[in-house]
Design a protein around this ligand. Structure first.
Ligand SMILES: [Zn+2]
Length: 147
């Protein structure tokens, strides 16, 4: 990981010991440099620097990338989330399910489905069983169709 500078425009004005550089008589504070940062998506050394960046550039960034000018909607079909019951006494999990707070529906699922990151929303399917019977009413053929 290469070293990078904090992108906070006022980073050098925060007078901490670790920002001091230069020989005696020519000392200065300077922007922090690290291999990684925790703020501003990995670009600022502190919450202060993150705020400073947004104060100076946030408005321009919003104008540049486009503003939200109408509400973004999370509809019922996309409002499912996975949940399960947890018993604190025994530490056991149970009752894995989909929940939808918009329509208050619950759909059971297995633990395997819960753990599957590709299983991101429930899909409603219809199973139709088609039976062919003979003259005595005995089933001679049975097909299961999934829709
Ligand atoms: Zn900084």
């Amino acid at each position: 990981m290469s070293m990078q500078y904090c992108q906070g425009p006022k980073c050098h004005t925060y007078q901490t010991q670790d920002r001091i550089r230069g020989p005696k008589g020519a000392k200065h504070y300077q922007t922090r440099r690290r291999s990684s940062f925790y703020y501003l998506g990995g670009n600022a050394c502190s919450l202060n620097c993150e705020r400073d960046w947004f104060e100076k550039f946030g408005e321009q960034a919003l104008n540049h990338f486009g503003r939200i000018v109408e509400p973004i909607k999370l509809t019922e079909e996309n409002a499912w989330y996975k949940d399960y019951d947890y018993d604190w006494q025994s530490g056991t999990k149970s009752n894995w399910r989909w929940e939808n707070h918009l329509n208050n529906q619950r759909i059971p699922m297995t633990k395997e489905q819960y753990d599957n990151p590709n299983y991101t929303r429930p899909r409603r399917s219809t199973v139709v069983v088609v039976e062919a019977t003979n003259s005595k009413g005995e089933v001679i053929q049975k097909d299961t169709l999934h829709f």
